[in-house]
Ligand binder design. Structure first.
Ligand SMILES: Cc1cc2nc3c(=O)[nH]c(=O)nc-3n(C[C@H](O)[C@H](O)[C@H](O)COP(=O)(O)O)c2cc1C
Length: 371
């Protein structure tokens, strides 16, 4: 094994949590829960494969935190009540049995919700619908509806929802929580100029647009206590607008990541189309490097990092501490084991995994996982 690829297999300890290597499964929504948000045996088999396949940690699919406006997709799992919490317990146990950590991603869909049986409208920072159409591989069609602007009481309710859900995740046995602040969902809507047209202290300049995220992080930290893994995911692109870039480029990155660096967080997980490429125009820092440089926190890099020599460069240059794999993990649930053995990864086959909808398929569960 080349010297730099070894870096991907060095352990790292954060808090009391031991990551046996630097490979993490990126969060991926698979709309395979019961329609009341209860996680299933099928999901247990699905997550267990990644643990068997050598990933140090798995970040769950986005889990909805409350039974109000947070759910984004039909058949998305929740952690909004005791029954949903209990359903995660056997899944967490089976991941732990194979030596991986399990982190719950808590997600409020906001205006990007396209399937929520609890309410007949969406809420968002402002009366601004997402660009483009709903995602058909999650069962949506046509334009997104125009959301209702959140009042301060709604903001309080959502914040408590995040905190209560994080507490339930801890009770279910998860090793940590990742707050979903990326990809155009509710918290990212607060951060985004065109979604956030508010005229109160939560809108306007970037420093104001990051305020609500800061409040949510602090509330979640209070709920889970000091000695628990807590991170946040940040991106520029959105599920509904992949090309979006922060208007002030690196200046915005500095404002956002410095603010996050002052919070009680254990990591920032950044995602971009390519985690190694300039994030803010030619010659600029990548999102990965910006997160590391401006926050000073451990960073999980994401975006086309399946080639281990490319991924290990991020570690060598101290731009990231971990890499997360999304589509390449879907195709290769045993990616770390294959890479360690010098084997090539299979190319992601969009059709066989994502269509007609992106739920967990029999052929995925039947596939052999190399130990
Ligand atoms: C099927 C699928 C579902 C996804 N669901 C989520 C999600 O629930 N939360 C999230 O933050 N990102 C989600 N993503 C984005 C991935 O975490 C990741 O950022 C993306 O696949 C790019 O990484 P890659 O180049 O390794 O595939 C999803 C991606 C895919 C393919």
């Amino acid at each position: 094994m080349a010297q730099n690829i070894d870096l991907l297999f060095k352990e790292k300890i954060i808090q009391e949590y031991r990551f046996k290597n630097r490979y993490i499964v990126a969060p991926m929504t698979r709309v395979s829960a019961v329609n009341n948000g209860i996680a299933t045996e099928r999901m247990k088999q699905y997550y267990e494969r990644y643990a068997k396949g050598g990933f140090a940690a798995i970040i769950s699919e986005g889990i909805y935190p409350d039974e109000e406006y947070s759910q984004g997709y039909y058949n998305q799992p929740g952690i909004a009540n005791e029954a949903q919490k209990d359903a995660w317990k056997p899944i967490v146990r089976s991941v732990h049995k194979h030596g991986s950590l399990f982190i719950a991603q808590i997600m409020h869909a906001g205006a990007q919700s396209q399937g929520n049986p609890h309410k007949d409208c969406n809420i968002a920072p402002s009366v601004e619908a997402p660009k483009n159409d709903q995602l058909s591989f999650y069962g949506g069609e046509g334009k997104f509806p125009i959301p209702k602007k959140m009042a301060h009481e709604d903001m309080e309710q959502v914040k408590q929802g995040f905190a209560n859900a994080a507490h339930r995740a801890k009770e279910a046995g998860f090793d940590g929580v990742e707050i979903h602040g990326a990809n155009g969902y509710l918290l990212d809507q607060f951060l985004t100029d065109y979604f956030n047209q508010r005229e109160d202290e939560y809108g306007g300049v970037t420093m104001n647009r990051v305020r609500y995220i800061k409040e949510v992080v602090k509330e979640v930290r209070r709920a889970v206590g000091k000695e628990y893994l807590l991170g946040i995911r940040i991106s520029q692109g959105k599920a509904s607008d992949g090309e979006h870039r922060w208007a002030l480029g690196e200046t915005d990155a500095r404002t956002i990541f410095e603010s996050l660096g002052n919070l009680p967080l254990d990591f920032i997980h950044v995602t971009d189309k390519d985690g190694t490429q300039p994030g803010f125009g030619e010659g600029s820092l990548s999102m990965t490097a910006a997160a590391r440089q401006f926050s000073g926190l451990p960073v999980i890099a994401n975006g086309q990092l399946q080639d281990p020599s490319k991924a290990s460069l991020l570690l060598e240059e101290e731009e990231a501490d971990f890499v997360s794999l999304g589509t390449s993990a879907l195709q290769n649930p045993d990616a770390p084991n294959k890479i360690r053995n010098g084997e090539r990864l299979e190319e992601f086959d969009f059709h066989s995994i994502m269509l007609p909808i992106a739920d967990i398929k029999d052929h995925e569960l039947k596939k052999e996982v190399k130990r």
